[in-house]
Design a protein. Structure first.
Length: 249
């Protein structure tokens, strides 16, 4: 049986209504904030259109062919190979952030996968339950107090922010792919990585509906928020819960 206020209104029902009201207000504020964070929307949509054309006529057909000729185990090996490079980069950024334990874990993953995993083709470290810290230089800049800046759509690379875009430049040259061989080898590895990533997203094409630009923008911004909070979702309703508990609801 629910508790009732003096006017006979069920407090449980009041709490549900208040929760819904808070959620709707937060949603409205979030949408307004996201719109304010996209002052370059006209430019971004133009780049998004360019990227769509490049994907439709160049990148996607190559990815479809890649998926057709590469068996699943081989694609998994290629994906693991490039993820091993990402772990190197993440270890460097973890140290730059002062997160030395995370950096050590990622170096451990690289050592195991490079040796026992045949240069990262096999992800032995995950089977050994060695934790992976996902981060990049954009996250490092955030820990140093650099402002995020507005959302920006990059040619070929897609969604980003000004801070994350600056981080991408650093990561590109600090990663092993930026240090191996000459420029031809470096760009060749990056092209293979791009095709491998695109092949892994072929099934996601059907999930996009409505205004795809807004969908990608919002999904990217949510992912960046999770990354900069180390994967933790911020609870914006905690103070309301405390007030409810204090009122005996």
């Amino acid at each position: 049986m629910g508790f009732r206020t003096e006017n006979g209104v069920d407090k449980g029902l009041m709490r549900i209504r208040l929760t819904a009201l808070v959620f709707l207000v937060a949603l409205a504020v979030g949408v307004t904030a996201q719109a304010a964070d996209d002052p370059l929307e006209g430019f971004n949509r133009a780049i998004y259109g360019f990227n769509n054309g490049a994907d439709k006529y160049v990148v996607r057909p190559i990815a479809v062919g890649y998926e057709a000729v590469m068996p699943t185990p081989a694609r998994t090996g290629v994906n693991n190979f490039f993820r091993n490079f990402i772990d190197v980069n993440a270890a460097l950024n973890a140290f730059l952030q002062g997160r030395f334990a995370y950096g050590a874990n990622n170096l451990g993953r690289v050592a195991v996968n490079t040796t026992l995993g045949f240069f990262g083709v096999f992800d032995v470290a995950s089977h050994m339950e060695i934790p992976q810290y996902q981060t990049d230089f954009g996250h490092t800049l955030e820990t140093w107090g650099v402002a995020q800046g507005p959302f920006i759509m990059l040619p070929f690379l897609g969604p980003s922010t000004v801070r994350a875009a600056a981080g991408t430049v650093f990561d590109a040259y600090a990663s092993p792919t930026g240090q191996i061989g000459g420029r031809d080898a470096q760009w060749g590895l990056r092209a293979v990585s791009l095709v491998d990533i695109r092949a892994g997203l072929l099934g996601a094409d059907e999930l996009l509906s409505g205004d795809q630009y807004i969908f990608l923008r919002d999904a990217y911004m949510q992912r960046r928020e999770l990354l900069t909070n180390d994967g933790e979702v911020l609870d914006d309703f905690s103070e309301f819960d405390e007030e409810w508990e204090g009122d005996g609801l």
